[in-house]
Design a protein around this ligand. Sequence first.
Ligand SMILES: CC(C)(COP(=O)(O)OP(=O)(O)OC[C@H]1O[C@@H](n2cnc3c(N)ncnc32)[C@H](O)[C@@H]1OP(=O)(O)O)[C@@H](O)C(=O)NCCC(=O)NCCS
Length: 179
Amino acid sequence: MKAVLEENRFGQPQRLEIVPMSTSDIADVMRIERDSFTTTWPNDAFHTELRSNKVAHYFIGRLDGRTVAYGGIWVVLEDSHVTTIAVDPNYRGKKYGERLLCHLIDEAIELGAAWMTLEVRESNDSAKNLYRKYGFTVVNLRRAYYSDNSENALVMWAGNLRGDLYRNRLRALRASLER
Ligand SMILES: CC(C)(COP(=O)(O)OP(=O)(O)OC[C@H]1O[C@@H](n2cnc3c(N)ncnc32)[C@H](O)[C@@H]1OP(=O)(O)O)[C@@H](O)C(=O)NCCC(=O)NCCS
């Protein structure tokens, strides 16, 4: 496994820079995608999302210029959906996934969303824990949703994103991320 730099070349702690994904990022995104999922999105899926899907919003997380994470949402009026999120395996467990999810939630709220949903493999404990931390609860189970191994998907849901309760939760989580 590659060593993970905790500091940049000036000896300062590295901070994840989150910026909108562009088509020139797709090669890096696909590298992380292949290292993160057993079934990957087809090559042109990100191109289609970026070019043609008006409700799609994708972001990458960079450390000192290197893409180490990405994620996306669809937002339609008050509904939002996390379509994907992944962190380069060499950079996991350092709160980068959490920072990215926090950013996706902020963006969704900014765009008017009041609810957020997603699907997650039943066995994906890291992701389930991350989502639970951000107030997502399981609301449905889709049997044999994943075609590679017939694994069930859990549908998770969080809301009301714009209510005081959720905003306070988000504020506290963000403050703890900043520490
Ligand atoms: C899920 C994923 C994005 C988490 O990113 P990460 O940067 O490694 O996670 P973070 O360091 O930000 O951890 C944030 C929270 O996630 C949960 N979590 C992360 N890694 C975990 C692990 N190995 N075991 C249990 N919980 C874990 C915890 O709740 C953690 O909060 P805590 O540190 O206060 O306990 C990352 O594991 C990943 O890319 N997985 C492969 C792709 C994937 O499964 N995406 C989700 C599809 S639905």
